[in-house]
Design a protein around this ligand. Structure first.
Ligand code: PMP
Length: 405
């Protein structure tokens, strides 16, 4: 069947684009994980040290979380059966939302199916075409898509450049539309931290709505992983906080925290909430157990940061470009190794894999042209031996490919 579909001319333009990617050396094949996420795991039949996952705290496979998922499945079954507004709101969804709201120190919270839909569904529903979005140029794709769907006018400021954000705001200050300032708390490709406190000052000065996407900051920054708002002491100044349940929390989903009215409004207007089925109860139960762990086992976060410091120091010592000159300097467990050329980066990633290290190559259009990189991510679960082995492989492979002299 599929052979006949390939012969049809209708989608030939897609094949041409894929051929172009192949020529540029940036076409990829999905690597298949054959066991579970961990500091060492098996992809495509090969055991590798994993420097690629967002499993920051090792919660993807924590025994208490597994147990919570199994118990919820036994008690409530495997599916919620409907969208939230029809018949798919289970008590366990409400329990999770209350738990997150308390953790984040806000009035209310709503959970979405993913961080992507949390961002896109929120931005697209709270603004209209008369409004303005003041957005960091490196904000996540889900924010950009939400902004486009909202039909608001998008004003992009240079990465973390608060003065430029203010210029953008000033240009539209006298327009009647609402203004939304939006930044990632931690930027996913460079690992640097957004200037949340200074952008809050701007929001206060110009009466703008303040929104932060804390996908990579939750579970990582702030007290017990409360995120960038806690890290900067900005509680009560960020109208909309988005987080994900898919990274440090170890499961799947996204959430929005804010005032009771914001959450009630999203119940009525956010399209992924209205038109897409809610999480299975096992996911909600897993996340509840994960937030308990953040409160009860803060040493995981300490281990994450001590691994992060060690790995960055060693990458610098070896002589890798880990940002700070042509790209932002990482301040978090995400550390890019900047290579520049897309094909060279993909070749490096492949050679690393063959040598036993899984570290993703990231090229245009995910990052700007000429800024291709290997992205490394630390977790609390990597041992020092594993890190030393990975560093040795990175150094030897880079020398072999002429990336390091
Ligand atoms: N925001 C940022 C900054 C992200 O990096 C991601 C995930 N790549 C998301 C949002 C989306 O989160 P999720 O994977 O839960 O959809």
């Amino acid at each position: 069947m599929s052979t006949t579909l390939s012969q049809r001319p209708q989608l030939k333009h897609l094949t041409a684009i894929l051929d172009n990617l192949k020529q540029r050396g940036t076409h990829f094949k999905l690597r298949i994980l054959e066991d579970e996420q961990g500091p060492v795991c098996t992809y495509d039949g090969k055991k590798v040290i994993n420097l690629a996952s967002n499993n920051y705290l090792g919660l993807c496979n924590h025994p208490l979380l597994r147990e919570a998922a199994l118990e919820a499945t036994k008690t409530y079954g495997v599916g919620s059966g409907a969208v939230r507004t029809i018949a798919g709101t289970m008590k366990i969804h409400m329990d999770l939302e209350e738990k997150i709201a308390r953790f984040k120190n806000v009035e209310a919270c709503v959970v979405f199916q993913s961080g992507f839909t949390a961002n896109a569904g929120t931005v697209s529903s709270i603004l209209g075409k008369e409004d303005f979005i003041i957005s960091d140029e490196l904000n996540h794709a889900s924010i950009i898509d939400g902004a486009r769907l909202s039909r608001a006018k998008i004003k992009v400021f240079r990465h973390k450049d608060v003065a430029h954000a203010e210029e953008q705001l000033k240009e539209v200050a006298n327009e009647p539309g609402r203004k939304l300032i939006i930044t990632d708390g931690v930027f996913s490709m460079d690992g640097d931290i957004g200037p949340v406190d200074k952008l809050c000052d701007l929001a206060d000065k110009y009466g703008a709505i303040m929104m932060v996407d804390d996908a990579h900051a939750s579970g990582v920054l702030g007290r017990n992983g409360r995120g960038s708002i806690d890290h900067f002491g900005c509680h009560g100044r960020v109208d909309i906080q988005v987080g994900t349940l898919s990274k440090a929390i170890g499961a799947l989903g996204g959430y929005v925290c804010g005032s009771r009215d914001l959450i009630d409004y999203l119940y009525h207007r956010a399209r992924p909430f209205l038109f897409s089925t809610s999480h299975p109860p096992s996911v909600a139960a897993t996340c509840i157990a994960a937030f308990d762990l953040l409160e009860n086992e803060p040493e995981r976060i300490d281990r994450l940061w001590s691994n992060t410091r060690y790995f960055k120091e060693q990458l610098g010592r070896i002589g890798f470009d880990i940002g700070g000159v042509t790209t932002p300097a990482s301040e978090t467990p995400i550390t890019p190794i900047i290579i520049g050329d897309g094909k060279k980066t993909m070749d490096f990633s492949k050679a690393l894999f063959d040598a036993g290290v899984m570290a993703t190559g990231i090229a245009f259009p995910t990052v700007p042209e000429g800024k291709a990189r290997i992205r490394t991510i630390m977790t609390s679960e990597h041992t020092k031996d594993q890190l030393d082995q990975a560093l040795d492989t990175l150094e030897k492979t880079a020398k072999k490919l002429g990336i390091l002299s």
